[in-house]
Ligand binder design. Sequence first.
Ligand SMILES: C[S@@+](CC[C@H](N)C(=O)[O-])C[C@H]1O[C@@H](n2cnc3c(N)ncnc32)[C@H](O)[C@@H]1O
Length: 277
Amino acid sequence: MSLHRYQDIDWSRLWQQAQAERSWQPKGVADWDERAASFARRTGQSAYADAFLALLKPEPDWSVLDVGSGPGTLALPLAAKVRTVTCIDFSPKMLAILADRAERNRLDNIATLPLSWDDDWRACGLLSHDLVIASRSLAVADLGAALRRLNEFAAHRVAVTDRVGAGPHDPDAFAAVGRPLHPGPDYIFTVNILYEMGCLATVDFIRLEETARYRNLEQALARYHWMLPELDTRETKRLQAYIRSIARNCDDGSIALHPRHVPTWAYITWHPDRKRS
Ligand SMILES: C[S@@+](CC[C@H](N)C(=O)[O-])C[C@H]1O[C@@H](n2cnc3c(N)ncnc32)[C@H](O)[C@@H]1O
């Protein structure tokens, strides 16, 4: 079929096709439980969270629903700035880390609920909130349905982040190891599906240009495990050679990595009640 008009494009269908061509399958509860501690360590103090909050500009009287909250990357700093934060995530380990951190920081306005995108949130007692966020957590089988769900639970505003291109994956590392990288659909599908839904979305970009520092090469290598799991000996050697090629020695004995790829996230926000006429 040849397309002549923008309206002929079915973005949900294109998104499904692009999903099917991805290099990896979405992770289940067990995978996220296993990754919870290392993910929490890596994202505890992050330039990403600072950039997200700077764009969000939270107000003190807001109630916030954080979908796919993880270990509280945003929920914890947000709780200090808003009235309440309700966190949902299907990984009990992520929520346990979040609850522990909230207690240690004396934040008593955070609630956690072990819920999946697939659960019936209303039936589980979840109510609407002023703001709904889904940060780096749009790992869903049906993007249109997920966005409609966010709208349903947002009284005033929704804010999500979605990958731009390869997102956090380093294409040069994949090329060095010799594995193909098909990152799947990125933010442009999300923006177009929102347009089809009549939502007036604003898009901004979070570019993570910070340089990561590691004690040694082994620690830097471990940083790539989530991206390139189960490397064999030959692949490991190739990855080590790649890391050496982008590593610079620092005065304090640590090494800094300077990959060419800058991980970039699209920050997309809209008001569910303001629609295109
Ligand atoms: C990449 S982490 C993002 C965490 C946090 N929002 C952030 O930006 O750092 C994705 C989170 O989504 C959760 N998640 C993935 N699939 C999910 C699903 N189907 N239902 C609920 N949570 C899910 C994972 O457990 C994980 O905590």
